[in-house]
Design a protein around this ligand. Structure first.
Ligand code: NAP
Length: 304
């Protein structure tokens, strides 16, 4: 059975991948629906009436983590009020919403389970928590997926920043004491597709969803540069090579918003639904995305 899938946030990392990989997906961009509009109800109802979707994927988010400390109201409008409206208005469809490891404070030494109490450290984290709660408490037919460290071909991400900085700076310092799991958007969308194939028997409620394995930002950056060093478009223009990357601590790199030191999420609940021993290791699903970024991303001009 083909499904009508409406994807909000079609130009972001995840939304773009959903539209690309899910048959029957129709993307909605910001020009069509601005999630920050206070009186969004009518616009949203019109869209839902027009497309009559079976599934609505909310990939819209205010993701400027540091700026959110200054723009609390806007962050909450997009990350909490908009999902809350969706939960009320998406009556006939399955609502799939994406949340974040930033709902946790990262103080645990273990990977977080869905039952662990959230304790966001930042405005962004608090707004994401408010959004997931609004959906989970609404009684809507919904799947809320918490993930970490997204990376896709489209949009901005850590890998693209590291490539740009390694070409334009003479030295590069990367934090080593924050752990997490790089989560390529094709992996996430493939898992969503598996859930949709189960139809009404598919997972509902809150799930953690990341590939297997874990790393830290420093080792992740090193891997990105090692691959770039072997790539014909990048090898001659990198000013900082993997071996020259400097590992630093979070305290040496102060930012406006605090980050969780541990962003690892336990995926036992998701694996149980699908009877899986293991999800693919992050390196297995990461390298194809890195290869495409290395192939397509515009090469920055070198700063003399
Ligand atoms: N990125 C990560 O590392 C990460 C980690 C964990 C969880 N998540 C969650 O995963 C989901 C997808 O993240 P992502 O990395 O794909 O985000 P992203 O690349 O920053 O994309 C966010 C999308 O939201 C749209 N948007 C923002 N404000 C809007 C508004 N007022 N009205 C309409 N659209 C608006 C953007 O539109 P424009 O293209 O027009 O700007 C963009 O399409 C989010 O829920 C995020 O919180 C992300």
């Amino acid at each position: 059975m083909s499904m009508r899938i409406l994807v909000f946030g079609m130009n972001g990392q995840l939304g773009w991948q959903c539209v690309k990989d899910l048959p029957g997906a129709i993307g909605v961009d910001r020009a069509c629906l601005d999630a920050a509009t206070p009186s969004i109800k009518d616009d949203l109802n019109q869209l839902l009436d027009r497309y009559q979707p079976d599934v609505v994927i909310n990939a819209i988010a205010y993701t400027a983590v540091d700026r959110a400390e200054q723009e609390r109201e806007l962050a909450f409008r997009i990350n909490a009020d908009f999902p809350s409206q969706l939960a009320k208005l998406v009556a006939k469809a399955l609502l799939i919403h994406i949340s974040s490891d930033y709902v946790f404070d990262g103080h645990s030494s273990q990977a977080y389970q869905e039952s662990d109490p959230p304790a966001p450290l930042s405005v962004y984290g608090a707004s994401k928590r408010a959004g997931e709660l609004a959906i989970l408490e609404s009684g809507a037919n919904a799947l809320v997926l918490r993930s970490t460290w997204l990376i896709g071909e489209q949009g901005q991400n850590f890998a693209k920043s590291i490539l740009r900085l390694a070409c334009t700076r003479s030295e590069l310092r990367v934090v080593e004491d924050q752990r997490g799991v790089p989560t390529p958007t094709p992996f996430l969308v493939a898992q969503i597709a598996s859930a949709l194939r189960l139809n009404d028997k598919g997972p509902r409620g809150l799930f953690h969803l990341v590939p297997a394995g874990q790393t830290d930002w420093y080792r992740y950056a090193k891997h990105i540069l090692e691959k770039a060093q072997l790539h014909r478009r990048w090898q001659s223009i990198l000013r900082v090579r993997a071996s020259a990357l400097e590992a630093i601590t979070t305290d040496q790199y102060p930012l406006a918003a605090a980050r969780p030191r541990n962003s690892c999420l336990d995926t036992g609940r998701w694996k149980q639904v699908f009877g899986l021993e293991q999800l693919p290791h992050y390196q297995q699903v990461l390298d194809p995305v890195l290869d495409r970024i290395l192939e397509k991303e515009p090469v920055p001009s070198q700063v003399p």
